[in-house]
Design a protein around this ligand. Structure first.
Ligand code: GLY
Ligand code: MN
Ligand code: MN
Length: 456
């Protein structure tokens, strides 16, 4: 039986489902279905590790594959939540582990009803009758053919033509609503995220101490994963990026067989997943324990850009304020180093920083590393709605970088330097709390940490 979150509180998940149910009632009521997906094959009879769907988990806390949540919201009647999950099966459980089964899951997870997922087609066809609307997460769902399921069930519900009651004619996307609910984290979620961040920071420290010229990038990945798993995380939150030398200019370079060179910078972008919650940290450090003058100059620009973005991460400020502040500092730094030849005004207006900084300065963080939640206020009639204002409890990354390729036209002494510095920030009442500073960012502290691994 997959373990429930150690901080699992059934009432928290019930309250989340009720919030969705009330939103459904406010939009005409109906029935909602949220799937979690099943095992996917990797090769032959071997599957990828299963990871639950984030929306489903947010609303249930249930971590087994092949399950669905149904929420029934009908005007004038109590709302109901049902779980359809794998039935008990002693033979399968001998191979793959214990399952909750519907009866135990209903009690433990606080549902109004539960039944075997094997009966879902019949049950859904019956349940849909009498509802005009069906709600489902039509994007960001782990089940990509969700519309095909809905179509099949609606057709089945309509088949007994003698049924006088309505069958849904409208599909409503639940993703924007659940994503919006997920955007502001509660204290329990924030505690888990702080712990996820603490573990990821430890992993980065271990990798900095372990680095040695001649090592393969994957050797450092092993250091990170070892710490993540020993410290209680369930997995890496995303493909670990360990990029040495020129590889650091490839934004999502997966750790590979490249050998780390004596004068290389190593860029590591790695985070763990703890009870579903991601951390996401990037650090860049010299394999030798000493930045070259060019590496140091660019490092300090990126760090100053991050400081500027942090100072612009506070409640009431726009999500984009941090990005704008970072871009200004990066642009001025590129001018100062002779990489851009233009005034700040002209460089900013023409976006001359873009060949060297091609991503945004942050994203929401939570159950998904690029978490759900809108980046814009939802003004339905505005052509371009304003950026969202930050609120306490939102969590985002702050991750400026500079990537100097030979093709960029920069002076040769800067070629193949790639630097990113990424921390995770919780918006507080007055500003933001950086939860990933268990690993240093200051240049001298990074040098000291790398050098400490080379002693003895
Ligand atoms: N690790 C992916 C990112 O930083 O967005
Ligand atoms: Mn990130
Ligand atoms: Mn990252």
């Amino acid at each position: 039986m997959s373990l429930v979150h150690p901080l699992h509180e059934t009432s928290v998940y019930q309250a989340r489902r009720e919030r969705v149910a009330q939103w459904m009632l406010a939009h005409g009521g109906g029935i909602a279905v949220v799937p979690t997906g099943g095992l996917r094959m990797r090769n032959a009879d071997t599957s990828y590790p299963f990871r639950f769907d984030s929306h489903f988990y947010y609303l249930t806390g249930f971590t087994e594959p092949d399950a669905w949540l149904a929420i029934i919201a009908r005007e004038g009647q109590p709302t109901q939540s049902w779980l359809l999950c794998q039935p008990k099966n002693p033979e399968s459980e001998t191979w793959d582990g214990k399952r909750w089964g519907p009866d135990a899951a209903k009690e433990a997870f606080g549902f109004d009803g539960a039944l075997s997922v094997d009966d879902i087609d019949t049950w859904m066809a019956q349940q849909l009758v009498g509802h005009k609307q069906v709600f489902a997460p039509l994007h960001r769902s782990s089940v990509q053919d969700l519309p095909a399921y809905l179509q099949r069930w609606i057709n089945a519900a309509r088949t007994p033509v003698r049924v006088a009651k309505p069958v849904p004619t409208h599909w409503i996307d639940l993703t924007p609503t659940v994503s919006h609910h997920r955007l502001v984290k509660d204290n329990r979620e924030l505690d888990v995220m702080r712990e996820s961040a603490r573990i990821a920071a430890l992993g980065h420290c271990a990798a900095m101490r372990a680095v040695a010229p001649g090592m393969a990038e994957r050797g450092l990945e092993a250091e990170l994963l070892g710490v993540f798993l020993r410290e209680g995380a369930q997995a890496a939150a995303y493909q670990t990026i360990v990029a040495s030398g020129a590889n650091a200019c490839i934004l999502h370079h997966a750790a590979g067989a490249s050998q780390i060179g004596e004068n290389d910078l190593v860029l590591i972008d790695a985070g763990c997943e703890l009870h579903g919650y991601a951390s996401d940290i990037t650090r860049t450090f010299p394999a030798s324990g000493r930045f070259t003058p060019e590496q140091a100059a660019l490092y300090d620009i990126v760090l100053a850009a991050q400081d500027a973005a942090v100072a612009n991460t506070a409640p009431g400020l726009s999500f984009n304020a941090g990005h704008e502040a970072a871009v200004n500092v990066l642009t001025q730094g590129l001018i100062d180093e002779g990489i851009i030849q233009a005034s700040l005004e002209e460089a900013t207006e023409k976006g001359l920083y873009r060949p060297f900084y091609m991503h945004r300065t942050g994203h929401w963080l939570g159950l998904d590393v690029h978490d759900a939640g809108p980046y814009r206020e939802t003004e339905e009639d505005a052509d371009e709605p304003d950026w969202r204002r930050l609120e306490p409890g939102m969590v985002l990354t702050i991750e400026p970088g500079l990537y100097i390729t030979p093709e960029s036209g920069a002076p040769e002494k800067f070629w193949n330097i790639g630097i990113r510095i990424e921390d995770d920030a919780v918006v507080t009442e007055t500003g933001c709390e950086l939860i990933t500073r268990g690993v240093p960012v200051a240049r001298q502290e990074i040098e000291a940490l790398v050098q400490s691994g080379k002693l003895g």
